[in-house]
Design a protein around this ligand. Sequence first.
Ligand SMILES: NC(=O)c1ccc[n+]([C@@H]2O[C@H](COP(=O)([O-])OP(=O)(O)OC[C@H]3O[C@@H](n4cnc5c(N)ncnc54)[C@H](OP(=O)(O)O)[C@@H]3O)[C@@H](O)[C@H]2O)c1
Length: 270
Amino acid sequence: MAGRRVAVVTGASSGMGRAAAVHLAAEGYRVFAATRFPDRLADVASKNLTPLLIDLRDDADVRAALESIERLDLLVNNAGYGLVGAVEYVDETLMREQFEVNVFGLLRVTRAAIPKMRENGGVIVNISSFLGKIGLPLLTFYNATKYAVEGITDSLRYELSPFHIRVHSILPGFFDTEFARSNLVKEPRTFESDSPYAVLASTLAPRIVEEINGGNDPEEVARLIAWIDQNPDAPARMTAGEKAKKFIPMRRELSDEDFERRVREYYGFA
Ligand SMILES: NC(=O)c1ccc[n+]([C@@H]2O[C@H](COP(=O)([O-])OP(=O)(O)OC[C@H]3O[C@@H](n4cnc5c(N)ncnc54)[C@H](OP(=O)(O)O)[C@@H]3O)[C@@H](O)[C@H]2O)c1
């Protein structure tokens, strides 16, 4: 690795983003920790870690923030949240907001970053999810955004390889972060007791929340990001955490129908 690497990590105020920013700074990277809440990073700010205010929804804001950085070697597209709701009840606002952050926000930061990386090469790591390859009920919109992130990764790998920019995705399983504790958005009608989805909502949603809150340590993802950056032959797509390591190989090996049967059994779906 020539010189000190400069990294931008989005969604850096908590969870995997925070762990990645702190880990990379400890490894000697110059880290810009992009967040809506720079104050939340005050306790870890240092000469290696600078909080950077970014609103992913605002293209001018994203461009101005990236413009303030002299060069960029590693971009970690991590910001994202989950929306739980039945497709028939999720309204335009909730639906669009989910894509606004998880997909268009990621694309905004990426397109502002590419010109900064094109001259010297670089690495982009997209934090997707094992739910970027596996669907679950009431998570259709979240699934759709993460499947989109997988598609973006695949396309960009071709588009940017002539400029020595590597694009990777990490598919985490369930990790103990603020994802389910503070940032999960629930469509209210889905969860009402007379909703046609009430049984599913009252069994699956709490189970998944429990699995996330009892999930793996985000430090695992932080270490994997650094490893991918430092290993030019790193696989395009990597899993992290127990659930992804269990389900992603199964998804690859089984037919759609057999895989669906396994998931139905596992979660007890009708
Ligand atoms: N936890 C899991 O089990 C899990 C599993 C698979 C994939 N993932 C993915 O991993 C990534 C990191 O999530 P995490 O688990 O570390 O959760 P987290 O602790 O909630 O962190 C996610 C970060 O994304 C940003 N964010 C969240 N909601 C947002 C919104 N409505 N608008 C704009 N930014 C928002 C926030 O960044 P700022 O507050 O700094 O702006 C937040 O700190 C996400 O892309 C998530 O989808 C998580």
